[in-house]
Design a protein around this ligand. Structure first.
Ligand SMILES: Cc1cc2nc3c(=O)[nH]c(=O)nc-3n(C[C@H](O)[C@H](O)[C@H](O)COP(=O)(O)OP(=O)(O)OC[C@H]3O[C@@H](n4cnc5c(N)ncnc54)[C@H](O)[C@@H]3O)c2cc1C
Length: 349
């Protein structure tokens, strides 16, 4: 006989775990998460967290400081490889290893401790929206009342969404002797930024850009390392896409998309954690109240916000504008640049 669940969630990333915990908060316990990997698992992400993201985790019972996150002291802003301004940081947190392995694992363990059922090392290979069933790689078929795709940009759920544009983000983490510092570079990629984050003997170099199929990003990354005078082993270079634009939040009234797969990631800053967590809250509420509008309206509000960010992205990265900001702004309007960077760029993460 087929096993049946009220809700099946595909993916145990931040969006999937948040949905499961919020369903629990709303009295829905008959939930199963299907996760492709075994935890702790690596996710290509710098894992920076702002106050706002921190609060979202805290609401769900996770204290990021217990996952070794601390507030960054300050940033050094670079344009075309020369330093323009030091900014006192107010909102951004990072950890020693500058990745998300410990954080994601703690969130995952928290869900398990709260009684959420998870099938690790399993992935969906087939689905039937009419019969409301999914088939897993171990050939088991499971029945659901509601199905939630929380499986990121390249998961099974991605075949039901279409993104005309996306950001590419690449990063490389390695041991180094660089002093503790966070550098944010502009003017390296056409419509994105670069971070060089060094913390207690570990450095993480990352770049973002609006993805262009004709560009060789591995080569761009190599050139970046050369310009920075760094010679790490490039074998561990990792990359992933982040969405630009919002997708369809709900199909057939009982299939939801949360996190990256619905486009809940800021196109300008690449901040996705905060919105993935919030998607979980709104999606769970929709299911509990049997009202799809709650979730649909949340995604609509993100659409308005991210469209604005997308427009800002287009304007900000125009050669004349970016030149003006870093050549004139950083010289004569340091206070304003600091304020905008801290509140608008960073705190959106
Ligand atoms: C290089 C880089 C740097 C970034 N930096 C930041 C940052 O500093 N701060 C920030 O807020 N955001 C950042 N982001 C964005 C952030 O990583 C994402 O927005 C966030 O991970 C989205 O969470 P999610 O739960 O939707 O998806 P994911 O975190 O991708 O989780 C999806 C889960 O689904 C599982 N899965 C996939 N396919 C299947 C399947 N078929 N069956 C079952 N399970 C499956 C995966 O194993 C994974 O565990 C960055 C992204 C990149 C690429």
């Amino acid at each position: 006989m087929q096993k049946s669940y009220k809700v099946i969630i595909i993916g145990a990333g931040p969006a999937g775990i948040s949905t499961a915990l919020n369903l629990k908060k709303n009295g829905i316990d008959d939930v199963l998460i299907v996760e492709k990997k075994m935890f702790p698992r690596y996710k290509c992400c710098a894992g920076y967290i702002t106050n706002k993201t921190k609060q979202e985790f805290f609401k769900l019972g996770l204290d990021i400081e217990k996952c070794h996150y601390t507030l960054i002291k300050d940033f050094n802003i670079y344009y075309e490889y020369s330093i323009r301004q030091k900014i006192k940081n107010k909102f951004l947190y990072t950890n020693d290893v500058i990745d998300r392995v410990e954080l994601d694992n703690a969130f995952f363990e928290l869900a398990k401790d709260m009684g959420v059922k998870v099938l690790e090392n399993r992935y969906i290979i087939h689905n039937d929206f009419t019969e409301k069933t999914i088939t897993l790689n171990d050939e088991r078929t499971l029945k659901y009342e509601t199905l939630i795709f929380a499986d990121g940009m390249n998961g099974y759920g991605s075949k039901f969404q279409e993104f005309n544009e996306k950001n590419i983000a690449m990063q490389l983490t390695f041991d180094s002797t660089l002093k503790n510092e966070i550098q944010i570079h502009f003017g390296v990629t056409e419509r994105g930024y670069v971070w060089v984050s060094s913390n207690n003997g570990i450095t993480n170099v990352g770049l973002t850009d609006v993805y262009d199929i004709n560009k060789n990003y591995a080569l761009i990354f190599k050139n970046l390392l050369e310009r920075l005078g760094l010679k790490p082993d490039i074998e561990n270079l990792r990359g992933a896409f982040t969405p630009i634009g919002l997708g369809n939040p709900i199909l057939h009234g009982n299939v939801y998309f949360v996190g990256d797969i619905v486009g809940a990631c800021d196109p300008l800053t690449l901040s996705g954690l905060r919105y993935g967590l919030k998607c979980g809250e709104k999606c769970a509420l929709s299911i509990a109240k049997n009202n799809t509008k709650i979730y649909a309206n949340y995604i609509k509000s993100l659409k308005i916000k991210f469209n604005l960010m997308k427009k800002m992205q287009k304007i900000f990265y125009k050669k004349k504008i970016i030149n003006l900001i870093f050549n004139v702004g950083c010289r004569y309007f340091k206070g304003i640049i600091s304020f905008v960077f801290n509140n608008f760029f960073v705190n959106k993460k």
